[in-house]
Design a protein around this ligand. Structure first.
Ligand code: ATP
Ligand code: MG
Length: 436
């Protein structure tokens, strides 16, 4: 068998067993988000290219190297979203959601696209759960957002995540810091990679985020932002730490965290796991107070985070966190002959309408093949219908594993008999038979 093609590099199929686990995890994230007052927003998978150029930032890796940008048939430049914040902000502004009362709290579950060098935990199509808060400047908003991420991980039973925290200041204090960074890196220009040489002129803080080992070594000894924070930014950061201390959320201050996107101001944070290898950040976020205005909207403070779902699932797997199996088929109704087949179809529908996972044969197979299939899909019980059952109005319900059997009515009393008998079968191991 020669397959026509395989999935593109950096993409992943989720097979039924995995998608079931993803659903469980997504459900936990959504429920937790809803309890914090977040409501879902869905935005398009592609946007006008300039949206990301302006919001994510021209000097970031994402914009310089990683975007899936193409011209559509109308000669417009569009880009597959590399992250979720820009689209959420655009939609918030476009629909005037700031009139509905602030703060606005939004969450999304989306696919993202980045043309990356693929490795473990680094894909070209990946998925994020994101949460954004618009219209809250106070440091209690930062604390609440971090608490949300922290509670999500706790609800999932994940252990040992490290929260690293930093403030990268506002444009005001950053001006001085940029000058200090420029001076420092200018003295070591020969050790910088080509991209960082460009960054030196335009956005020296980006050098701190370079993955090139030489640049990273230099960055480790560079001046830190902490020394340059203005009073307001310093206060904001101190208050945030106070809230986290009070809530007993532990963190370490890491002055080298700058995050990969340009729109951040003040608070930035990452949740880091030892179970991920080199790609150790499972959640990244922070404040981006300047973005709304930059995008033509009212001056609105904002903050958010995104959890990488593939990395989250990798942690759950590494920590062997148990997840329930997908519920198997509860009852398989096998049939012999067309009359019985029609009856099986009717009974299966009756069961399904009552919320029971029921199956019957849709391949016109022999009774032997039908029972083999019932076994294969893990049906918990089965029932065979033939002319005799139809004539007497009674059939035998059989536990597939236990082999226990019991006769039930298949006409008016069917649903009642089935539910009663099935529950008894589950509840008492000695259960053999009930009166019809
Ligand atoms: P990294 O430093 O790992 O490249 P980033 O700073 O580019 O991450 P963000 O843009 O902040 O990441 O995205 C938030 C989260 O999304 C990351 O913490 C990570 O869990 C996940 N993520 C980012 N890029 C990828 C990718 N290419 N493949 C899988 N997950 C990713
Ligand atoms: Mg990246």
């Amino acid at each position: 068998m020669a397959l026509l093609t395989k999935a593109p590099k950096g993409t992943q199929d989720l097979l039924p067993k995995q998608s079931w686990q993803w659903q469980i995890v997504e459900d936990v994230l959504v429920r937790e988000g809803e309890s914090y007052g977040f409501a879902e927003i869905r935005t398009p998978v592609f946007e006008h290219t300039e949206l990301f150029q302006r919001s994510v930032g021209e000097t970031t890796d994402v914009v310089q190297k990683e975007m899936y940008t193409f011209e559509d048939k109308g000669k417009r430049s569009v880009t597959l979203r590399p992250e979720g914040t820009a689209g959420a902000v655009r939609a918030f502004l476009e629909h005037g959601l700031y009139n509905d009362g602030l703060p606005a709290k939004l969450y999304y579950l989306t696919s993202c696209y980045r043309y990356e060098n693929t490795q473990k935990g680094r894909l070209r199509e990946f998925h994020q759960f994101g949460a954004e808060v618009f219209g809250a400047a106070d440091s209690s908003a930062d604390a609440e957002l971090i608490a949300l991420a922290s509670d999500m991980f706790e609800c999932l039973g994940i252990r040992g995540l490290r929260l690293e925290l930093n403030s990268i200041g506002c444009p005001k204090c950053r001006a001085n810091y940029h000058a200090a960074l420029k001076e420092y890196f200018a003295g070591h220009q020969e050790q910088l990679c080509g991209t960082c040489l460009e960054r030196l002129a335009r956005n020296p803080m980006r050098i701190l985020d370079c993955k090139n080992p030489e640049c990273a070594k230099l960055a480790a000894d560079s001046p830190t932002i902490q020394e340059y924070l203005c009073n307001d930014c310093r206060d904001h950061f101190e208050h945030l730490k106070g809230y986290l201390d009070h809530a007993q959320i532990s963190y370490t201050v890491n002055p080298r965290i700058v995050r990969g996107l340009d729109y951040y101001t003040r608070t930035v944070f990452e949740f880091i796991s030892n179970d991920l290898g080199a790609q150790s950040t499972v959640c990244g976020g922070g404040r981006y107070d300047g973005l709304m205005k930059e995008m033509g909207g009212p001056d609105t403070p904002a903050l958010g985070f995104a959890i990488g779902l593939e990395r989250l699932m990798m942690i759950l797997q590494a920590q062997e966190i148990a997840m329930p199996d997908r519920p198997a088929c509860e009852i398989y109704i096998a049939a012999i002959g067309e009359r019985a087949q029609k009856k099986a179809f009717a009974l299966v529908r009756e069961l399904r309408q009552a919320g029971v996972a029921a199956q019957f044969d849709i391949c016109a197979r022999s009774i032997k093949a039908q029972m083999k299939y019932a076994d294969k899909i893990g049906a918990q019980c089965s029932m065979v219908l033939g002319d005799n059952e139809l004539d007497t109005g009674r059939a035998v319900l059989k536990g597939m594993k236990s082999g226990k059997q019991c006769e039930i009515g298949i006409n008016e009393s069917f649903l009642h008999d089935y539910v009663h008998t099935y529950t008894n079968m589950l509840e008492s191991p000695e259960f053999e038979e009930i009166e019809g």
